[in-house]
Design a protein around this ligand. Structure first.
Ligand SMILES: Cc1cc2nc3c(=O)[nH]c(=O)nc-3n(C[C@H](O)[C@H](O)[C@H](O)COP(=O)(O)OP(=O)(O)OC[C@H]3O[C@@H](n4cnc5c(N)ncnc54)[C@H](O)[C@@H]3O)c2cc1C
Length: 335
């Protein structure tokens, strides 16, 4: 069988990150297209039970380095451990979450393996392409916005192995787990060298997020058309009445009205809620990149020509305060 497709499994305190399960879900689809096995590389401590979860999402085999010193993420030891697995099993594709962890180790591994790496892909496909008269088949097409989001580029690394890409959390859809599916866990003998431990974790301090956009089913987002304290209050009230959370466009976050963790878009969070209500958001590509997979989109804008209406399922033209006040009253009465 040809070389497999591998996903780096990110974990914290032994719990697998959602982004890794999303990548396993997407990886299954790509591996099937290529007719290869879907593999995973995991590093941690006492994770055997948790790793079984990977099977439920379609992973065939996980290469696992179990070591107490590697319980928590550290850049150099993790990069070395994952490079060890990649060198040994030579996958043709390796995927990482575009998280702080993935963004830290993926470039180190790409440099170690002298291969290409495409950051922040918004889509991954298997296909062919032609370069200088030569046609390459079954290559990973790494699709991402480029030049400030003004073009969508397809990036291919035809000559270097493996092709490596990072993908942000929420971009790929997680499949429904199937508890009957099993993964083969292969424990790897590996001991990190002492000189890799340049830093030491003294204490883990957890900061609770005030909003979790990724798992929200309803998001009411404020744009510059709602960028004042009164309108933001209405946005928050509608979110609360609907049992949702508050999102924002980047300029609203830049203006200091809402924190960065509320930002939706290319440089914020990618979301897929059941309902996304865009309040006074024009709908520029960088914002749409983070929310156009929402199941239903309602846009409220006083400009009937606003681009957000091109992707909205329902559009309301009018002043944001006026419309939000009416919506809040209507939903409150319904409850
Ligand atoms: C590299 C890069 C990355 C970026 N990343 C992101 C990102 O992650 N997320 C993001 O959102 N942006 C991002 N941007 C910025 C993006 O290009 C847009 O500038 C931004 O999305 C616009 O935000 P907005 O729609 O809130 O504001 P505007 O474009 O100013 O739109 C405001 C809208 O409100 C409407 N409006 C005004 N008053 C009212 C009213 N009283 N009632 C109803 N409607 C009203 C207007 O008609 C207008 O359509 C990025 C840009 C770059 C270059």
């Amino acid at each position: 069988m040809a070389n497999g497709l591998m996903v780096f499994i990110e974990q914290f305190e032994g719990k697998i990150a959602n982004v890794s399960l999303e990548l396993i879900s997407k990886g299954r689809e790509l591996a099937d297209q290529l007719g290869v096995s879907l593999e995973a590389a995991a590093v941690g401590y006492e994770m055997e039970e948790e790793l079984k979860l990977l099977g439920h999402y379609g992973c065939d085999k996980v290469y696992y380095i179990d070591n107490e010193e590697l319980e928590f993420f550290l850049s150099l030891p993790y990069a070395d451990a994952v490079s060890h697995i990649i060198k040994k099993y030579a996958p043709q594709i390796v995927l990482f979450g575009a998280t702080t962890t993935g963004r830290d180790i993926a470039p180190r591994i790409a440099s170690e393996l002298r291969c290409g790496l495409t950051a922040d892909c918004t889509d991954l496909q298997i296909g062919e392409f032609t370069l200088k008269g030569e046609t390459y088949k079954d290559k990973l097409l790494q699709i991402r916005p480029a030049f400030g989001g003004n073009i969508i580029a397809t990036i291919v690394s035809p000559d270097s192995m493996p092709s490596m890409a990072t993908v942000r959390s929420g971009v790929m859809k997680m499949v429904n787990p199937d508890k009957n599916k099993k993964v083969e866990i292969v424990e790897e003998a590996y001991t990190p060298k002492d000189d890799l431990f340049l830093s030491e974790i003294l204490e883990v301090i957890k900061i609770e997020k005030s909003v979790d956009l990724t798992s929200a089913r309803i998001i009411v987002s404020a744009g510059m058309g709602a960028a004042n304290p009164d309108s933001i209050k209405l946005v928050a009230e509608l979110a609360s009445v609907l049992g949702g959370v508050v999102g924002a466009s980047r300029p609203v976050v830049d203006s200091g009205l809402l924190k960065k963790e509320h930002q939706v878009g290319q440089t914020g969070t990618t979301v897929r809620p059941n309902l996304y209500i865009a309040c006074g958001i024009s709908g520029q590509i960088q914002h749409r990149a983070g929310m156009n997979e929402s199941k239903r989109i309602i846009a409220i804008n006083n400009d009937p020509e606003a681009p957000i209406f091109n992707i909205a399922h329902y559009g309301i033209v009018g002043d944001i305060n006026d419309i939000l006040t009416k919506m809040i009253a209507a939903y409150k009465n319904k409850v």
